[in-house]
Design a protein around this ligand. Structure first.
Ligand SMILES: Nc1nc2c(ncn2[C@@H]2O[C@H](COP(=O)(O)OP(=O)(O)OP(=O)(O)O)[C@@H](O)[C@H]2O)c(=O)[nH]1
Ligand SMILES: [Mg+2]
Length: 438
């Protein structure tokens, strides 16, 4: 938990400072008029149980939430004041020592110090500081520095030692990290797993480390299927964007290489007017469209199209319960041709739907995936989590209905950056939480 005090001439300015420096997740512990303006005390990662523990107010009856927040703010003000006094004292000793160039009596601060007290303080705060040579006697200065360090720890909410408190602080960071990852849209189990692994220290470092690990787990394709050619079948739930994506890929191919080396195929003979959209694309691009049916097997059609550099196969978005599900997937799996199935995953799906879809289609030997509808998703943690967990190479992502513009090659870091930006935009929209009665 990080507590900070802000001062500004007006409430509006003070609130803006809070939002800029603490983000919108901070809790306002107290606000009051003071000489020359307004003072606000806020806390990031505010934890009521931890505050009760720190203040020794275990009994809920003794302090309700608002009173507790006020007590915590008051404690912070006192700590800041004590710290200011301490710093002034150290500065004063240093100046005196420099002015007189003479030993300062052990009764005050001990032996003269020939190092830089600021450096020593920094070393102490980092836990690396040693006594300066000949500084045995400046015990009171050291004491001051130690108490200053304790105050800084208290103000930043760091644990003061003791295994139990340390582990409860670590648990708190992990909980916060897991919450934030889930807030970003990630699957709860995956978020908890990441938090347990990366939430060992500070929350901000854990957050960066978890995102880095997610980016490292995402596999992406190093070449463009439109460039390398081949036979690709797009599979996935109904409405995931298979036909539209085929339109985008086909248009990209025609723009670069012309229409002669491209063909479109559909295995969807299960639904009324199933092929219409594909035939429209075929007509516009001047590309043949072939339909797999009782008289034309997939293999015979692919034999006919053997001179084509790129063949894109559209499939029907069926569920495992639908008639035709097995038949359609078996055609792909049992083909004599090297058909590479790509799963289309909409970014608007819930993580557990993504997981079950992936398990359903895994049987066809997925070669990769295409992430669709990134423009429609509120958060992108779902889809980046899916890519990281499934480890399916991501070929493209799509972010709109425009053909051929709204399809892009995917980079792992780029996807994570988009997910972070989307999450930040979302949290910016939330106003800071105000503790009741503050
Ligand atoms: N906003 C947005 N809409 C998309 C995107 N991709 C596809 N769509 C739209 O989603 C709807 C469904 O897309 P289709 O391509 O028909 O989906 P499908 O997977 O072929 O669906 P079935 O044929 O029913 O299995 C259409 O209205 C598309 O225009 C995208 O990236 N963003
Ligand atoms: Mg379709």
């Amino acid at each position: 938990m990080q507590v900070k005090r802000f001062f500004a001439p007006t409430m509006q300015q003070a609130l803006r400072m809070v939002r800029d420096q603490m983000g919108s997740d901070s809790v306002i512990l107290s606000n009051r008029r003071v000489d020359g303006g307004v003072e606000i005390v806020t806390a990031l990662d505010y934890d009521e149980a931890e505050v009760r523990n720190q203040l020794g107010v275990a009994d809920e009856g003794k302090a309700n939430a608002a009173r507790l927040a006020e007590l915590q703010a008051e404690r912070h003000r006192k700590l800041e004041e004590a710290m200011r006094r301490s710093q002034a004292h150290i500065r004063e000793v240093k100046e005196r020592s420099e002015r007189h160039q003479e030993p300062i009596s052990a009764a005050t601060v001990g032996e003269p110090f020939d190092g830089d007290p600021e450096e020593a303080l920094q070393g102490e705060l980092n836990g690396t500081g040693e006594s300066a040579p000949g500084a045995d006697g400046w015990a009171s200065m050291r004491e001051e520095i130690h108490s200053l360090r304790d105050m800084i720890q208290q103000m930043s909410g760091q644990p003061q030692g003791g295994g139990e408190r340390k582990s409860s602080a670590a648990r708190l960071v992990q909980q916060r990290l897991s919450d934030r990852l889930q807030d970003m849209g990630m699957d709860p189990a995956y978020a908890r797993e990441l938090a347990a692994e990366h939430g060992q220290g500070r929350l901000d470092l854990g957050w960066k480390s978890a995102l880095k690990a997610t980016a490292a787990a995402i596999r992406t394709e190093s070449s463009d299927m439109v460039e390398r050619g081949g036979i690709y079948a797009l599979v996935g739930p109904t409405g995931s964007g298979k036909t539209t994506t085929i339109g985008k890929l086909a248009a990209r191919f025609v723009l670069k290489h012309g229409a002669e080396k491209l063909a479109l195929v559909t295995t969807d003979r299960y639904r009324v007017a199933a092929h219409e959209q594909l035939f429209v694309f075929g007509r516009i691009l001047n590309v043949p469209v072939r339909v797999v049916d009782e008289s034309h097997s997939l293999d015979s059609i692919l034999d006919d199209l053997s001179d084509r550099r790129l063949i894109l196969i559209d499939t029907a978005g069926l569920t495992a319960a639908d008639q035709g599900w097995d038949e359609q997937l078996e055609e792909l799996v049992n083909s004599r041709h090297s058909v590479l199935p790509y799963l289309l995953m909409s970014a608007t799906s819930q993580p557990r739907i993504m997981k079950s879809t992936w398990h359903c289609y895994n049987a066809v030997g997925l070669a990769g995936c295409i992430l669709t509808k990134l423009d429609e998703a509120v958060t992108l943690g779902e889809v980046v989590g899916f890519a990281a967990q499934s480890q399916l190479p991501v070929a493209y992502y799509t972010d709109g209905q425009k053909i051929p513009d709204d399809i892009h090659r995917a980079g792992a870091v780029d996807l994570i950056k988009q997910a972070v930006r989307r999450h930040q935009a979302l949290t910016r929209e939330k106003p800071p939480v105000v503790a009741e009665g503050a």
